[in-house]
Design a protein around this ligand. Structure first.
Ligand code: FAD
Length: 473
């Protein structure tokens, strides 16, 4: 019998649940990826690193499957219509895909299932992108967790070799449908053009993911200490690969789990980050209203943010006058990536220093981040804005200067992205405004702006904004 595997955020050919089950059940399995116009048409910037990353990764995957006698059929159009159409053309009785947890994707999959059913075909969905799904780690009362630590403890108590084993896909490659290889459609034919992805030397595709992971394994021992310093190569840089599934979460978690068992503190901390990822996916599944812009905590829905559009533009463009914030925002604009510590710093700064609605920042990150993932992004923003599940309390407000002194002590990261401040010493670089009046200041700092706001003053305003408007029962 014939089947179709529909790839979405799982662009790899090994350890892949849907592909594995399809190959085991059917003799002729075709594989397809649709550049979905429902998503692409919403992107206003037609130079988008994510589209290029996907394009490169699909191209690499095509080469792997072509070598095995199959192919990835690449289509451009509305996926919810293309997939049922392709299933008819290929005489596929069944369509296999890996489950997605965002409300928008769940609705799309329901639509596809219905269309398929109308022609007697079935959509099968599998757990693949998470270690545990929405209903696998619940409280004793059978409710979803809203606090991370007990969730993590329950997750770790359940995690074992069974859940971490890889799906041995290659063993069943003989069931791939033989077909004449199709050429890869050009990026330009879909209205997109190349970005600076190659200049960034971000390794793409399956091979790129393995390369990054092998590199990280050499450093994982120090992860718990190095991960907070943006100028240090301390993190894995795997988020974009996890986003598009060019690497399996099980492979990553298996390695971390085994190392953790030998007492490796870095691996234990890293595994905990992977569990945060699962945590936010299950939150989004259980709270579909989050995708409509709701605060996780209903009491925090009505905060009257000042929303100064000029300040927002300065934040987006990295010209707030706070060097660590500006360096981080410029990193985002230039590369599509931002270090986790800095995501927390700039998010807190936007909300609690500039008094701008966290949803504005969330939206900007969604446009720019190469690893943008609704669940983690919404979770991160609501954490910083104190509106989220297990968020930091509203009265905890990062001081951008002390964050900078602590996590970029030599100003190395700042100098990379804010070269105007290159010549300042390691103390002044965190707060150049404190040099005001120094006769050496003007020529050294050039066009670098004075700070938009006074942190102490804004902090007090933020405190009263929350205090007076959080609807505490
Ligand atoms: P590592 O430190 O090597 O971590 C490994 C993996 O664990 C990451 O790739 C990621 O998949 C997962 N992870 C780590 N931290 C978190 C976290 N806090 N929440 C969920 N998963 C996590 N991550 C995204 O993948 N997409 C986003 O859109 C996103 N937006 C964020 C917005 C804000 C405001 C904040 C504070 C955090 C956001 N994060 C997001 C989480 C985190 O910053 C990134 O996952 C991390 O910086 C990616 O770099 P890395 O792969 O080197 O991470």
């Amino acid at each position: 019998s014939n089947a179709l595997v529909w790839l979405r955020r799982d662009l790899r050919a090994d350890d892949h649940a849907a592909l594995y089950y399809a190959l085991r059940q059917h003799q002729h399995v075709s594989v397809a990826f649709v550049f979905d116009t429902d998503i692409l048409n919403r992107l206003t910037d037609k130079q988008d690193r994510r589209v290029e990353f996907i394009w490169e990764s699909v191209r690499a995957l095509k080469a792997v499957l072509q070598q095995a006698g199959g192919d990835v059929l690449v289509r451009y159009g509305c996926a919810a219509e293309e997939i049922p159409r392709l299933a008819v053309q290929l005489h596929a009785s069944d369509v296999y895909a890996n489950r997605d947890y965002e409300p928008v994707a769940i609705a799309r999959d329901a639509q596809v299932a219905e269309l398929l059913a109308s022609t007697g075909k079935t959509l099968h969905l599998f757990k693949d992108q998470v270690l545990f799904e929405q209903d696998e780690v619940l409280t004793q009362a059978g409710k979803p967790y809203g606090v991370f630590t007990p969730y993590k403890n329950a997750h770790l108590a359940k995690l074992n070799a069974f859940y971490l084993r890889a799906y041995p896909v290659k063993k069943y490659f003989a069931s791939l449908a033989r077909c004449a290889p199709e050429p890869m459609p050009a990026l330009e034919s879909m209205g997109f053009s190349r970005t600076n992805l190659h200049e960034m030397r971000l390794p793409v595709g399956l091979a790129g993911a393995q390369q990054l992971f092998n590199d990280f394994l050499q450093r994982i021992d120090e992860y718990h200490e190095a991960r907070n310093f943006p100028a240090v190569k301390g993190v894995s840089y795997l988020s974009v690969h996890l986003r598009f599934g060019t690497i399996s979460i099980r492979q990553l978690a298996r390695a971390a789990f085994q190392l953790m068992k030998t007492g490796n503190a870095g691996a234990a901390t890293w595994l905990s980050e992977l569990i945060w990822r699962d945590f936010y996916f299950q939150i989004v599944y259980h709270r579909p209203d989050l995708q409509q812009g709701s605060a996780y905590k209903a009491d925090y829905n009505q905060l009257p943010f000042a929303n100064n559009a000029d300040w927002f533009a300065a934040w987006c463009e990295g010209r707030t006058g706070f060097p660590i914030v500006d360096a981080a925002m410029r990193q985002l604009n230039q590369t599509g990536y931002m270090h986790n510590r800095l995501r927390m710093v700039v998010a807190s700064f936007l909300v609690k220093d500039l008094l701008i609605d966290w949803r504005w920042g969330e939206r900007y990150f969604a446009e720019r981040l190469i690893d943008f993932d609704f669940a983690a992004n919404n979770g991160g923003w609501q954490w910083a804005a104190s509106t989220g599940c297990d968020a930091q309390p509203y009265f905890r407000i990062f001081n951008p200067q002390s964050q900078s002194e602590k996590f970029d002590p030599q100003g190395k990261f700042i100098r990379k992205y804010v070269p105007e401040l290159m010549a300042l010493d390691n103390k002044a670089i965190h707060a150049p405004w404190q040099l005001k009046g120094d006769r050496l200041f003007a020529p050294k700092v050039g066009d670098y702006p004075l700070p938009l706001v006074d942190h102490a003053r804004q902090r007090a305003l933020a405190l009263s904004l929350y205090k007076n408007n959080v609807n505490q029962k």
